[in-house]
Design a protein around this ligand. Structure first.
Ligand SMILES: Cc1cc2nc3c(=O)[nH]c(=O)nc-3n(C[C@H](O)[C@H](O)[C@H](O)COP(=O)(O)O)c2cc1C
Length: 165
């Protein structure tokens, strides 16, 4: 049902896909994994590589898995899956088997996890890690996003495989 595609063949609008449709970031494998919803992120080119950048607040349980595993996936869904993404973006995997609760079907491959319900999956290898620093805020309004000083951790992933339905 999924087939591998060349990233250059993708017909998609990242502003719509990430910002409006949202996505799931998933890290871990069959020994343990966690997933969470994101609506902030970047897709583009850096160091001549195809890159996805995600921004994860330190308190997310998914961060434990992002740090432990070398790879992660970013997956995209049809509108019918919105309730699943809402659940994965409002409950923590610390307290709940939210993959089961969301009705998602894990697929374990290449030391990563994605879900059979996805329409598009980006498999990514972590290649750069950093943290948002308030010293870098040239627009002071950005600080409003951080009343608790929980600055995002930046994970840049090189896209190693794209799967599409
Ligand atoms: C639409 C939407 C977008 C979100 N985007 C992000 C994001 O980009 N980064 C982040 O750290 N949290 C984001 N969140 C919050 C996490 O998805 C949420 O805190 C989740 O419950 C964390 O789960 P976990 O503790 O199992 O990792 C978003 C939530 C929603 C509903």
């Amino acid at each position: 049902m999924f087939h591998q595609v060349n990233p250059l063949e993708l017909q998609c609008n990242p502003f719509e896909m990430i910002g409006k449709e949202w996505a799931l970031v998933t890290a871990g494998d069959e020994t343990g994994c966690n997933t969470m919803t994101i609506s902030w992120g970047n897709m583009g080119i850096m160091w001549n590589k195809n890159i996805v950048t995600i921004f994860i607040r330190p308190q997310r349980y998914t961060k434990d898995f992002l740090d432990r595993f070398e790879n992660f996936t970013v997956s995209f869904y049809e509108e019918s899956c919105r309730p699943a993404l809402q659940l994965c973006g409002s409950k923590s995997g610390r307290n709940l088997d939210k993959i089961k609760a969301a009705g998602l079907t894990p697929v374990y491959e290449n030391g990563m996890t994605y879900f059979a319900e996805a329409k598009l999956v980006l498999e990514c290898k972590k290649i750069y890690l950093d943290k948002i620093r308030p010293e870098g805020f040239l627009d002071p309004l950005i600080a409003k996003n951080y009343p608790d000083n929980d600055y995002h951790i930046i994970y840049m992933g090189e896209i190693t495989r794209v799967l599409q339905k």
